[in-house]
Design a protein around this ligand. Structure first.
Ligand code: ADP
Length: 483
């Protein structure tokens, strides 16, 4: 199981934001460059912890002039670092003078009422600067005041109201960039958080599903083994009940009056019905657990269908139903358990007869179909073109009976499912037949599907791959036969 998730507050944080982490530096730099291009004044933007984010400044003549002298250089360095370290209170501005008469203007940058950084403008010539101050000479006697004055003449000027306007505009624009950068940063964090959260939830769900699957597999195995044991244990006494009730009904143990003989016949019939149900359950549990033994050998479909017709003709005759066989006798070898295939078609034809009203028609037909088939997932036209022709036997059981609504067709292969449970009373079914049919057909690498007969009734179509097709097919496409 994954560790506890972080809270969204931990992700977005309630701490002061670090500008260097969130701000869009390119946007910031472009803005500062355009300001600098307009006013020629140097601009430096610092985060509240002191990290330099943007620096756009020209080397002023007067600065180069003083930097030629060691004392000038030292004084310049001290001024710059003092200006840089000035931290005006929120919404405040401070002007820091330079010994050259120039000045730096420092403005605090705020976001959501908190100071997040500052912008240093300068050096520039303020309104008060009219001529080179004496401080030049005080720094170093060699600094010529006249020469300095000439350099100061060409220094950028920011005076009075102009300074206020430029500062206000720059501050507002920078704060806007900070605002949108922060918004994008928060949106990114929240998105990341929700992706992580979804991933963690998915992991938890996958782990829970895995556990449930393991548990279900275990339950399924237990259920199959319980059914197999119970069915086996029930069959033994039932065989005696059926045998003795039959002997009684036939008078082998002495004569019975007609009422007693009736009772014995009912016991025998119900015993047979119960035996059918138990055998069905046993088959189903064996098919489910993969322990059904298929005695596979080379067989042809024709003789199997002949037997089916023979078995079910009496039942069809009783209902005056025309039971017909229309089988293509072209040899097509199947590798199959003939007895299980017989069971499949007996089940289907028995259902067809059961659910067809008197006087109807049930047709059992077989034909050989051929298809070009490439391996699963192989959409390559070439692969399909050069693949061998795969033969299969298609058996159709069509009736003119009550039909199966389209909405029910997906469910009737489920064990115990019946479209109309009242039919159990009428026909004595258990709802196991079709699920056994489907599993046996699939165990032979085949498929069973349902369609509508025209104008009424249903058609069950069973497709069984030929022995050749099963050899060619990938092993994964054909369930292995239990030897
Ligand atoms: P049952 O023992 O009830 O026949 P099956 O599994 O063989 O069990 O069939 C399940 C249900 O499918 C039946 O109860 C019936 O409702 C429906 N069914 C099967 N075959 C037909 C058919 N040929 N025509 C109409 N309904 C059918």
């Amino acid at each position: 199981m994954s560790e506890a998730p972080p809270h969204i507050e931990d992700v977005v944080g309630d701490r002061p934001i670090a500008l260097e982490n969130i701000v869009d530096r390119d946007a910031l730099s472009d803005l500062c460059k355009s300001f600098h291009a307009l006013f020629k004044v140097g601009i430096r933007v610092y985060a509240s912890e002191g990290a330099l984010l943007v620096s756009v400044a020209d080397d002023l003549e007067v600065c180069r002039f003083v930097n030629d002298f060691p004392a000038g250089r030292a004084a310049c360095g001290a001024t710059v670092s003092a200006a840089k370290n000035l931290a005006p209170a929120e919404s405040e501005e401070v002007t820091h003078p330079c010994f050259t008469g120039l000045a730096y203007h420092v403005v605090s940058l705020e976001h959501e009422g908190r100071r997040v950084g500052r912008v240093v403008l300068g050096p520039f010539a303020p309104s008060a600067l009219r001529e080179a101050p004496d401080s030049f000479a005080q720094i170093d006697k060699r600094l010529d005041v006249v020469q300095a004055g000439a350099h100061l003449e060409v220094a950028p000027r920011l005076e009075g109201e102009m300074l206020q306007r430029v500062t206000k505009h720059l501050k507002e624009t920078l704060e806007l960039i900070i605002f949108s950068s922060h918004k994008a940063w928060v949106a990114g964090k929240v998105h990341l958080y929700s992706v992580r959260e979804n991933y963690r939830e998915l992991q938890d769900k996958a782990a829970r599903l895995e556990q449930t699957l393991t548990r279900l597999r275990e339950l399924d195995r237990l259920r199959s083994s319980f059914l197999a044991t119970m069915s086996h244990e029930l069959r033994t006494p039932l065989t005696s009940i059926i045998g003795y009730s039959e002997m009684l009904a036939e008078g082998i143990a002495g004569p019975l009056n007609s009422e007693q003989a009736d009772y014995a016949r009912t016991i025998h019939a119900k015993g047979q019905q119960l035996l059918g149900l138990i055998t069905g359950l046993l088959d189903l549990s064996k098919l489910d657990s993969g322990t059904m033994r298929l005695r596979q050998s080379a067989v042809q479909i024709g003789p199997i269908l002949d037997e089916v017709i023979t078995t079910l003709s009496p039942a069809a005759r009783k209902k005056d139903i025309a039971l017909q066989l229309d089988a293509d006798r072209t040899p097509c070898e199947l590798t199959a358990d003939a007895e299980r295939l017989r069971q499949v078609f007996v089940n289907l034809v028995d259902n067809a007869v059961k659910f067809t009203p008197n006087g109807g028609r049930v047709t059992l037909s077989a034909r050989i179909v051929e298809s070009k088939s490439a391996a699963d997932g192989d959409d390559d036209v070439g692969a399909i073109l050069f693949s061998p022709l795969l033969r299969a036997v298609e058996v159709r059981v069509a009736d003119t009976g009550i039909g199966i609504p389209t909405s029910e067709r997906g469910k009737i292969f489920d064990a115990f499912y019946q479209v109309d449970s009242s039919s159990t009373r009428e026909h004595g079914g258990s709802g196991l037949g079709l699920s056994i049919v489907q599993r046996i057909v699939e165990a032979h690498g085949g498929q069973v599907s349902i369609g509508s007969n025209s104008p009424s009734g249903s058609v069950f179509v069973v497709l069984l791959p030929s022995a050749q097709a099963r050899r060619v097919a990938l092993p994964s496409r054909v369930p292995p036969a239990v030897p």
